[in-house]
Every structure is written in C-alpha cells, then in structure tokens.
Design a protein around this ligand. Structure first.
Ligand SMILES: C[S@@+](CC[C@H](N)C(=O)[O-])C[C@H]1O[C@@H](n2cnc3c(N)ncnc32)[C@H](O)[C@@H]1O
Length: 243
C-alpha cells in the first residue's frame, strides 16, 4: 500500500497518519495488537480504516461533544445518500454501516466483512459528553491500559497550559509500558486566538521532558511528537503547583 494510495482516498485523521508511518517503517506495531485511546476524537473514520487495513483490538474515543454531533466524515457526504447524512439522530453503528457500505468497499484491500453491531461495539467504544479532565479521574480510565494514546489537536484548546501538561502526564502514566503517545499541537508558527493556545518551542520541550521522544515532525504550524514512557517512570505533577 503506497502513501499516494492513502492520500488518494481522502480519509483524513490520525489513524491514516499512523498507517503512513507504519508503511514507512517509522513505527513498528507488528509486535502487539493495538489498544487505542483517542482523546478528543471528533471523527473516527481514519481509525475504522486503520482497523480494516492494519487491525486493531480496541479503540476508545473520548469527546465532550454530544452524541447528536457525531459525524463520520464530512468529505464523504457526496458518496452517502443525503437523507442518511442529514439525520442528526444517527448512532455510531449506523454511521459505521454507511462508512463501510459507501466508502470502505471502494478499497481493494478491504476484504474483511462488515462487523455486526455487537462486534462493532466491542471494538469501537465511544464516550460522549465527557471532558478528558473528568475521564482521567474515572475508574474506567484506571482499568484501561492503552498501548497507543492519541492527543491530536487537543492540548492547544486548553487555555491553562499547566492543566494541559497535567492531563498529558496522567495520560502518559496510564500508557502500557511498551506503548506510544501521539501529540499533535499548534506551534509558535500558528496564530493564537480565543480558542487556540499555540505552544512555543520551550513549551513543547516542556512536554517532551516527561517522555522519550521517538519521532518528531514539524508540519507548518503544527508539530507532531510521538513518544514513549521514560524507562525511569514518570512522576505526577500537581495542577496549579508552583513551577
Ligand atoms: C480539533 S478536534 C481534533 C479531532 C481529532 N483528534 C484530529 O486530530 O483530527 C478537537 C476535538 O476535541 C474535543 N475536545 C476539546 N476539548 C476537549 C476536552 N477537554 N475533553 C474532551 N474532548 C475535547 C472537541 O469536541 C473536538 O471534537
């Protein structure tokens, strides 16, 4: 599967980006099954694609959005019958059925069958109307041990950077020992506004000091960093503690 092939299919999102890095042998996941926590998932289409092209065991998405806002991917609207897209009452499994029938079947590599609802819901778990700040305090979070955590386009939405760093460290603490954490963040080349709080180079380094960075990519006004736990373990930082 080539990069051009992925780009050609217009499935945007972190799942597709991960597939590209796996294809380039930058990330090697052959050793274990993927157990994913996706913080602020918005649109899980690229992870459904990841399931079909690579395989994943569990995908759990957290978002404070309400169920009714769930939208599989705006770019596929022209392929999906309009009356289905415009219904805002649609549940994740129905969205998945549409995505499978109208989008995934166009991929020659997709030779796995459509999942039934029980199978779908045992792999793809969505936690709606939940802030990550609340989720990390829950027992569900403590019991879930992901080997890959996505914090993609999220940390710069939190105005209090100390709070964002604390969330990041708590997520890192729950990562399986051999797992990776994926952060995509607006950097200093990006303009700030009332809902976007870009990270300076030293602030990005401040996040990196908690982990061992294994890959870093400057993408114009965003920076992608992939890291794993430091061998020595990570200490909790206290919210609002003095630096
Ligand atoms: C810009 S989208 C990023 C979507 C996806 N992760 C990506 O990289 O394409 C940010 C998402 O995070 C959600 N979000 C923002 N702050 C959040 C929070 N504190 N807890 C949970 N979800 C949050 C928003 O509702 C939105 O769906």
């Amino acid at each position: 599967m080539t990069e051009e092939y992925l780009a050609d299919k217009n499935v945007y999102g972190p799942g597709t980006e991960l597939l590209e890095l796996i294809n380039k042998n930058i990330i090697d996941f052959k050793r274990y099954e993927l157990i994913i926590l996706d913080v602020g998932f918005n649109d899980p289409a690229s992870f459904i694609l990841l399931h079909y092209l690579h395989g994943l065991k569990i995908y759990k998405g957290i978002d404070f959005k309400a169920k009714q806002d769930f939208n599989i991917n705006i770019s596929f609207k022209d392929r999906i019958p309009e009356e289905m897209v415009t219904s805002n009452k649609i549940e994740p499994f129905e969205r998945y059925e549409l995505f499978y029938k109208y989008v995934l079947t166009q991929w020659n590599e997709v030779n796995k069958l459509m999942l039934n609802q029980v199978e779908f819901e045992s792999i793809f778990q969505f936690v709606f109307e939940t802030k990550i700040q609340d989720y990390i305090k829950s027992s569900e979070f403590e019991l879930f041990s992901p080997n890959i955590i996505f914090v993609s386009n999220l940390l710069h939405l939190i105005s209090d950077k100390r709070e964002a760093e604390n969330i990041f460290v708590q997520l890192l603490n729950e990562l399986a020992e051999d797992g990776i954490i994926w952060i995509k963040i607006y950097n200093s080349r990006s303009e700030s506004n009332s809902y976007r709080f870009p990270y300076s180079e030293s602030e990005i380094k401040g996040l990196e000091k908690h982990m061992e960075t294994i890959y870093k990519d400057e993408q114009d006004d965003k920076t992608l960093i992939i890291g794993k736990k430091k061998k020595t373990g990570v200490k909790d930082i206290q919210p609002n503690a003095s630096p």
